[in-house]
Design a protein around this ligand. Structure first.
Ligand code: UD2
Length: 329
């Protein structure tokens, strides 16, 4: 099923200067009026195209949010504290950003009668009881971050049920791609850095744990689908449906970088989830979304200046290389 590209709309992206948000902004800008609300604690102005209205502020600040959301048709809510560890250290702090601010966004959307696409997470499932995990699986988060994302995901559904607000929750699996950096950036960017520096690639535990790695350009495509789908009030797994072990990942990164790095093992991360993989049939059926970028191609595109495989573009944007090196096909 094909949904039309979003065009001629006024759009707010919270966290629009961050890793996923900035790629989404880039895809939206050619055909829409785009605003970004970001406090730039982890986001970067350099990621933003010129023709974006920037509101520098905290998503927890109702005044800033009100200003940013005035007259919008769609809100993509990507502002979050993404560190699971930080949420364990200080659940109340991450709750304020991940849940309370999310609720503010939903309320603001009600005022504007705007559609909301919220960034949810595979963290809602905790240790999955079945693999690949469908959206109907039990939700038993193992961190405050997961609890917060689950509550936001449920609020989104409830706002559709109670108030008729058009909402969609996207449960991201392990997203990677250009601009992913910093202390909470994920295993692929850590391995790439280590391989490039010729340092040992550090696997936590035996490396047999597995993840579903999805490229940010696919995540952007899922967001574009969510903006126009009729299937609202629903949560969708956003992954590739393929699981890769961390050991295989380390070898793929080492090969792609032609690195002489050794592979080293250290203690497993406490509370680590053993296996995570998305059943993507609901997103495929209802959003017409299937991931395009395979892991090897995605990693090679990160290493070189090339981009992952392209298909048709949904924004109508020309498929020119963008500054982040990804694509939104
Ligand atoms: C991902 C998300 C997180 C949350 C969670 C839900 C990212 C970056 N994080 O956490 O936000 O949604 O899923 O379950 O996508 N590892 C190593 N060596 C390293 C770094 C990591 O072996 O230097 C291992 C780590 O122990 C884990 C795996 O790689 O088994 C993935 O780690 P991660 O931090 O990239 O992502 P994850 O799945 O913990």
């Amino acid at each position: 099923m094909d949904s039309p590209a979003i065009r001629d709309s006024t759009i707010l992206v919270t966290g629009g200067a961050g890793f996923i948000g900035s790629h989404l902004v880039e895809a939206l800008v050619p055909h829409n009026e785009v605003r970004v609300l970001d406090d730039f604690t982890t986001g970067d102005r350099d990621y933003l195209p010129d023709d974006v209205t920037v509101i520098e502020g905290d998503v927890r600040d109702p005044i800033a949010l009100q200003e940013a959301a005035r007259g919008v048709d769609v809100i993509f809510h990507h502002a979050a504290l993404v560190s699971v560890t930080q949420s364990v250290d200080d659940p109340r702090q991450s709750n304020r950003t991940n849940l309370e601010a999310g609720l503010l966004v939903l309320e603001q959307a009600r005022q504007e009668d705007a559609r909301v696409v919220v960034a949810s997470s595979a963290a809602v499932y905790g240790h999955p009881e079945e693999l690949p995990v469908p959206e109907t699986a039990p939700t038993n988060p193992t961190s405050p971050y997961g609890v917060q994302k689950l509550a936001l995901d449920q609020y989104a559904r409830l706002y559709e049920e109670l108030y008729g607000l058009e909402t969609v929750a996207l449960r991201y699996f392990n997203v990677y791609g250009p601009r992913q950096q910093g202390p909470y950036s994920g295993v692929i960017s850590t391995f790439l850095e280590q391989a490039r520096a010729g340092e040992p690639i550090t696997i936590e535990g035996d490396g047999q744990q597995s993840r579903d790695f999805v490229h940010v350009s696919d995540v952007v495509r899922a967001n574009l689908r969510a903006a126009t789908t009729d299937a609202v009030g629903e949560a969708y797994n956003i992954g590739t449906g393929q699981r890769t072990t961390i050991l295989d990942l380390a070898e793929t990164v080492r090969d792609a970088t032609d690195s002489a790095s050794t592979i080293a093992h250290r203690d497993p991360r406490s509370g680590d989830i053993r296996h995570s993989g998305a059943d993507t049939s609901k997103a495929s059926r209802d959003l017409g979304f299937d991931a395009n970028v395979g892991l090897e191609s995605g990693i090679r595109s990160l290493v070189g200046s090339g981009r992952p495989e392209l298909a048709e573009t949904e924004t109508g944007a020309p498929l020119e290389p963008n500054r982040g090196g990804g694509s939104y096909s």
